[in-house]
Design a protein around this ligand. Structure first.
Ligand code: ADP
Ligand code: MG
Length: 313
């Protein structure tokens, strides 16, 4: 057991483009430690470098520079051990159409050198809910079943670290539920989980800690609650008790938005103003308050302020 499941230092990746196109610097010097036992979120807009990063961890893409240690094993010094410590569930579902789930799991176990008597094929089939389809051809499986099989394949060698690339992009609610249940179970059993996603709500619910990547660089990394807590914006939502003048003159530092419900959303910096200041300003502008609620910032605000990119809802 190490403190860090993953240690990354100065990681760079430049894709050499063909022809006259300029090379693409996908990772520009990433330093990142991921604690053992965490459910860790790797967030960022499309093109940020998330897949490049995890494909390097998985040994599927070669890095241009830097060091990667997986479960304490340096990728370049102990390639076999570092590869054995990690399993990756990729985003795409390419698979041999004539393989059955059982055969796919057995072949994968063979690739990782898991001896026959130590294979857990039936256990994994049950976990991913494919016991009944164990002998069906992959081409007859639904999209959701194929995704589940990819999860199973990532687990055949019992890795300490499981990486899931965009697990719920374009999947149905049932599959999402199955994934989250399994992710929690695996994590309870001691597996470190790394999720990449651009769905913030998901990250906020699932992940203990988060790194936000933008244009090949880590722009934030903290516990999920601390990241959100760092945001200075606070919003008071006020239901006025009468008509509100067309133009409201409020002091500088208070931004007003009108909600379709008729409520006014008043945003302010909580390090500069207090709720009482905002309410006094409202009273001075002649607006009475029928009802009142506060809204805390969420990960969406953090993401937007750091990357300037709207995330997927
Ligand atoms: P993400 O997974 O965050 O969407 P990627 O790691 O897939 O980001 O891509 C990061 C950047 O690297 C993008 O600009 C992408 O176009 C580029 N890129 C990814 N794979 C390749 C490749 N095989 N060849 C050239 N450029 C690539
Ligand atoms: Mg990707």
């Amino acid at each position: 057991m190490t403190d860090h499941a993953i240690e990354i230092e100065g990681l760079r990746k430049t894709y050499e483009a063909g022809g006259k196109a300029p090379p693409k610097e996908a990772l520009k010097g990433i330093d990142l430690n991921i604690p053992a036992g965490a459910i860790f979120g790797l967030l960022g807009p499309n093109g940020a470098g998330k897949s490049t990063l995890i494909n390097i961890l998985a040994g599927l893409v070669t890095k241009t520079a830097g060091r990667v240690r997986i479960w304490g094993f340096d990728q370049d010094v102990n390639p076999r051990q570092s590869r054995a410590a990690i399993g990756v569930m990729p985003q795409e579902t390419n698979m041999d159409p004539f393989f059955t789930p059982r055969a796919a799991l057995e072949v994968q176990a063979g690739l990782y050198g898991v001896p026959k008597q130590r294979r857990r094929t039936d256990e994994i089939l049950a976990m991913i809910g494919l016991t009944e389809q164990a002998e069906a051809y992959a081409r007859n499986l639904s999209g959701g079943m194929k995704r589940r099989l990819l999860l199973g394949k990532a687990l055949v060698h019992g890795p300490q670290v499981l990486v899931i690339d965009e697990p719920t992009a374009g999947v149905d609610i049932e599959l999402r539920q199955m994934l989250w249940t399994n992710v929690r179970k695996l994590n309870d059993a001691g597996v470190t989980i790394i999720l990449t996603t651009h769905y913030l709500e998901e990250a906020e619910q699932m992940c203990d800690e988060i790194a936000i990547i933008d244009r090949g660089q880590v722009v934030a990394r903290d516990e999920t609650s601390a990241l959100v807590g760092r945001m200075d914006t606070k919003t008071l939502v006020v239901l006025p008790d009468g008509p509100v003048p067309e133009t409201l003159s409020l002091p500088e530092g208070i931004a007003v938005a009108r909600r379709p419900s008729g409520a006014l959303a008043l945003s302010y910096s909580r390090s500069r103003l207090r709720a009482g200041d905002v309410l006094s300003a409202l009273a001075a502008a002649g607006v009475g308050v029928r009802d009142l609620a506060t809204e805390e910032p969420d990960l969406e605000d953090v993401f937007l302020s750091l990357t300037g990119t709207q995330a997927a809802a």
